[in-house]
Design a protein around this ligand. Structure first.
Ligand code: FES
Ligand SMILES: [Fe+2]
Length: 340
């Protein structure tokens, strides 16, 4: 059973654009099966994907009259989850316990977000701020989702890691002649709106092709901020593209403890390329990370200090692990010593 740190948090579960009015999708979040549906007026609802009568998945049912009609015996459920009609007994008034389990749902940043606990008692009652998304001067593109056979924290830690660029992203984000890590700073981060964690600044890397517009290589200054256990945002400023700005946010949908979907949002000054071109570049990078992530053992992130070896330039990942441990994170991580 997971502690409130993730249960009461918001997690992405679908792209808004994938959910047309009158349709329903099946998704999974932290081992819970979800039916995500959109009414004719555009409102998104997220329910446990199980009819209380005989357990048929709502996601194979129909959206009708702004409610859900179960595929098995046709019970009709209103938008608040209450059963309102039983075709086999039309005069019967359904009782209050004949109800779907309804979760919290929101839409923002082109994504549908779910909270399966109580967001009011979590650290972020509302969705996280992503100020670069609200910057009208930046163009936004949603990338993914990428299904990865590992825990969410392994993916976030990989996102924070610069030392792999020359090996995993050769010719794009790094190369064999620029593998030495330069020093950078790590501090605490608090955006004052619920996003609290760690910040890495002055992270410099030389990159052959830092984005889909760049040519010829450049030093690039990164910052990284972890704002929730499964959300991190980076910014990139390439020295050779004076007017170029880019923020990339990573949001993990923890499907199970050892499988995840990664969603990435770009907010950047590239207005000349198509969405597909921008996604292709991101896909290329992420699909290089995926086999690495799926071959890290164990799939869950070890939080005991001695479980893996940390070098000085791993200090951002060490700070991330400490941040998770301090919050009592217990989903997709390992607390006990692996050598015990
Ligand atoms: S299982 Fe849903 S109506 Fe019977
Ligand atoms: Fe990578």
């Amino acid at each position: 059973m997971s502690k409130p740190v993730l249960i009461n948090d918001w997690h992405p579960v679908a792209a808004s654009a994938a959910l047309a009015p009158g349709t329903v999708l099946a998704e999974k979040l932290m081992d819970h099966e979800l039916a995500i549906w959109r009414s004719a007026d555009g409102t998104v609802s997220i329910w446990e994907d199980r009819c209380p009568h005989r357990g048929s998945r709502f996601s194979i049912g129909r959206i009708e009259n702004d409610g859900v009609t179960c595929a098995y015996h046709g019970w009709r459920f209103a938008a608040d989850g209450q059963c309102v009609h039983l075709p086999a007994q039309p005069d019967f008034k359904p009782s209050a316990n004949m109800k779907a389990r309804v979760y919290h749902a929101k839409e923002r940043y082109g994504l549908v977000w779910a909270c399966i606990g109580d967001p009011a008692s979590g650290q972020t009652p509302d969705l996280l701020p992503f100020p670069e998304y609200d910057d009208a001067n930046l163009r936004k593109v949603l990338c993914g989702p990428y299904d990865v056979g590992c825990s969410g924290p392994r993916i976030v830690e990989n996102f924070l890691d610069m030392a792999h660029f020359g090996f995993v992203h050769t010719g794009i984000l790094g190369d064999a002649d620029h593998t030495a890590m330069r020093d950078y700073k790590v501090s605490e981060f608090d955006d004052g709106a619920g996003g609290k964690g760690v910040l890495a600044t002055q992270c410099f890397a030389w990159q052959p092709q830092t984005n889909s517009l760049s040519h010829g290589g450049s030093d690039v200054e990164y910052t990284y901020r972890v704002v929730r256990p499964l959300t991190a945002i980076l910014t990139k400023l390439p020295e050779k593209q004076a007017d170029f700005r880019e923020a990339i946010s990573l949001h993990i949908q923890p499907v199970t403890e050892e499988s995840s979907r990664a969603w990435i949002i770009l907010a950047m000054t590239n207005f000349v390329q198509s969405d597909d071109e921008l996604r292709d570049f991101q896909d290329r990078i992420f699909l290089q990370d995926k086999p690495i992530l799926e071959n890290q053992v164990p799939r869950r992130l070890p939080l005991t200090r001695d479980a893996e070896i940390h070098m000085g330039w791993d200090r951002m990942s060490v700070a991330y692990r400490r941040y998770l441990a301090e919050r009592g994170m217990d989903y997709g991580v390992i607390h006990q010593s692996m050598t015990a």
